[in-house]
Design a protein. Structure first.
Length: 287
């Protein structure tokens, strides 16, 4: 970790059912809090109140800034969150303005997948690499792009939405996330992984197919942004031992073999990386 000037930061990861927040202290120690949120509430203020409450539990006078990762589009400059996934009442929320008034420190917003990439850049396997893609595999597929050590600038935090690109009869997200198991096998990735580890041939075959699709997704990313490294996190990535072999078998037929010489795919092992990544927004904006 290389916290700038040994400062204290707070990071917040907003999910569909809960908010996780963490304080990274000057000495590198961390404290994490979680709170369930009333995601289906018709009043946007209910979720804002939950965020404020969990930040208040962590806030100290030495906090230099707050970063928040949200699953949706963001106006970075104004700090407005738009159309947040799984929170129907959040159509346009001026979160930066609200929280800066509450806590009197700078507040930064970004897409949650971008925060994952930033977290890996500051705290994980990307700390020694200035050119990589952070890829999240959970209920969906998201990505953040780090170029020359910075989060790739864009208009609406939408670059890296590789999961939305058409693939076969749907999109890459339908084949490279938990949706693949839900739609094709009527179960989730965790249950399928348990079955595969127990020797179930159908489950093993399912993960082999999943690996093939992941390999195709990674080749598509290589064509699009040519990273030196892809770092994969998320709940489905925890079962990477079940699909890594078939994934690499597919990657290895990339038509430009020279691009594979120093190319790596790494699976994240950093706990609470989304929260740490949100805290890293302060570092990214104040370099």
């Amino acid at each position: 970790m290389n916290l700038k000037d040994k400062i204290t930061l707070i990071g917040v990861d907003l999910g569909g059912t809960k908010v996780a927040a963490g304080r990274v202290n000057k000495d590198g120690t961390r404290e994490i809090k979680h709170k369930l949120i009333p995601a289906q509430s018709e009043n946007p203020q209910d979720i804002i109140d939950s965020i404020v409450e969990v930040i208040e539990q962590l806030f100290v006078d030495s906090v230099a800034g707050i970063g928040i990762g949200v699953p949706g589009l963001v106006d970075r400059e104004k700090g407005i969150a738009y159309d947040i996934q799984n929170i129907p009442s959040w159509k346009e929320v001026h979160l930066k303005e609200i929280l800066e008034k509450q806590f009197n420190v700078p507040v930064y917003l970004d897409n949650d997948a971008n925060c994952f990439a930033l977290g890996e850049s500051q705290f994980g396997s990307g700390s020694d690499e200035k050119d990589f893609v952070g890829l999240t595999l959970g209920t969906g597929m998201g990505a953040g792009i780090i170029k020359d050590g910075y989060l790739l600038p864009d208009a609406h935090c939408g670059s890296g939405e590789f999961g939305c690109i058409s693939y076969r009869d749907a999109t890459y997200e339908d084949y490279c996330s938990g949706k693949f198991f839900k739609d094709n096998y009527k179960t989730n990735g965790e249950e399928m992984a348990k079955a595969a580890m127990a020797g179930d041939e159908k489950a093993i075959a399912a993960f082999n197919k999943f690996g093939e699709h992941m390999g195709n997704a990674i080749k598509m990313i290589m064509f699009a942004v040519d990273p030196r490294k892809i770092i994969i996190g998320g709940s489905v990535a925890q079962s990477n031992n079940l699909f890594t072999e078939s994934m690499w078998k597919t990657i290895n037929d990339f038509p430009y073999p020279g691009a594979l010489v120093d190319f790596e795919v790494i699976f994240s092992d950093v706990k609470n990386i989304a929260v740490l990544g949100a805290a890293s927004l302060y570092l990214d904006r104040n370099k």
